[in-house]
Design a protein around this ligand. Sequence first.
Ligand code: E4P
Length: 220
Amino acid sequence: MKLFIDTANVDEIREVASWGVLAGVTTNPSLVAREGRDFRSVLREIVSIVDGPVSAEVVSTRAAEMVEEALPLAAIHPNIVIKVPVTAEGLKATHELARRGIRTNVTLVFNPNQALLAARAGAAFVSPFVGRLDDVGHDGVQVVRDTVEIFRKHGIATEVIAASIRHPMHLVEAARAGAHIATSPYKVLQAALQHPLTDKGLERFLKDWEAAREAVAGGA
Ligand code: E4P
């Protein structure tokens, strides 16, 4: 499972990219609005940091307008992927963008049928929202598992992005469910890296090392 970050904050992207683990970035209108910056400049900065798919979402609701909005975004860099909602208009836009050789990430997917429709329309990626399903008492990871199974069984090349990841166990579960990608907020990636026994163990190693060096220096 590849790791994407779900943010429009370039400092967060730069930090995780420096760990050497980052394969791509997803943004959405809420995340972009939070940054209070020009969308296109943010995208230009992101593609200069990460060499992988960078999802940029359209805000139009009609297919023709989605395509119109998508074209200048896609022109920024070949790694830009257009994020489109899984509506009938979104499917039409996905189909048209695929015809023009532009990759899409079909978003706001909450069941495997939506994912299948998006894939058949030509989506390069589909994004089931795990956390938001869990929030309403459903099993978000099951939607990822079912979608991966259906795509495998039917030879569909569309990649499944486990999205709306809320905590490190979502990452583990998404990986076990066979998600090709998980896109996580910065704080989840940080939490995934942490373990108190790692910190405690490191502290102990360094303390022992220092004590031994002092003993050697004292004996010399
Ligand atoms: C997916 O690409 C979305 O940007 C994202 O994962 C939504 O997550 P949320 O439910 O935490 O807003």
